[in-house]
Design a protein around this ligand. Sequence first.
Ligand code: SAM
Length: 309
Amino acid sequence: MFLYFINYRPDETELCNLEMRSLFKINPEKKFFIADIDFNINRSVFIKYKINILTEADDFDTIVENVERLNLHKENYKIKYYDIDDKVKVEFNEKHRLEGIVGEKIEGSVDVYNPSITYAISKIEDKWIFGEYIKNSGEWHKHEHKPVYYCNALPVRIARSMLNIGLEDNVNKKVVDPCCGVGTVLLEAATMGVNIDGYDLNDKVVENALKNIEFFGYNIKVENKDISKINNKYDLAIIDLPYGILSITSHEEIMHILKSATNITKEAVIAAVDDIREDLETVGFTTVDYAIVPKKHFKRYIFKCKLNK
Ligand SMILES: C[S@@+](CC[C@H](N)C(=O)[O-])C[C@H]1O[C@@H](n2cnc3c(N)ncnc32)[C@H](O)[C@@H]1O
């Protein structure tokens, strides 16, 4: 079993919940949850760490006995009490005392500054848990500073979340971003090892997407094409619909993109600045779930869609 600890900004609450529903089939009610899925947390901007639970018990003495029975032997390990459950308060000195008692049951040497493995203990609700602590590497932060950035580009955090919402547990899906702009989604997909193609109607934008891709050293195909001219078929499309910042976007253009998307993919995660569920239904997509991310001057809707059979 794994404990996942999530954190998000207030405006990202719905997005984070949609991502967790997609990945774990649960709607988190707290900042932590336990699941039996071993998920690569580096895919998510919301999961800060996970604990691979090695043992759990109803009281502290039993967790100490359980740890002893695990016969752990590690060089350069660290043990730390983690505050996970807001409702459980443990004083600073008491945490150290508990760490010391559990640490005595682990053979090997300690290195608190550069550990080869970190063990976590914590009390959540009425249970004590002990396990291996795994921190999110936050590798995606490097993409926050791209050589080319447009004001209509998706925030990295939303791009990554849209991918997780669509991919669920399968990073082998063949993915397309048919309106890829400067390539925000493409870069995030690359860090997840996802096979993705990008297209955009605007040749200058394609040039800039390629500059960003080259800068980070990825190999992603990007073509200058209208979405309706894409001949390949995909499992999933991530679509950030154009909206009126750099130009006015007509309803006809939106319908053209949505209709064309139904010819190239079975599943889609679509970002829009309006509630377009009726339009999605009209072209043949069913909205299976959605989230709203409020911005200062507009709302961003994220729709998770499946093509009607
Ligand atoms: C909101 S922007 C996408 C931004 C992108 N997600 C990013 O982070 O850079 C929408 C993009 O759709 C492209 N676009 C508009 N109509 C299109 C069409 N019919 N086919 C392909 N791309 C289109 C525009 O050129 C624009 O780059």
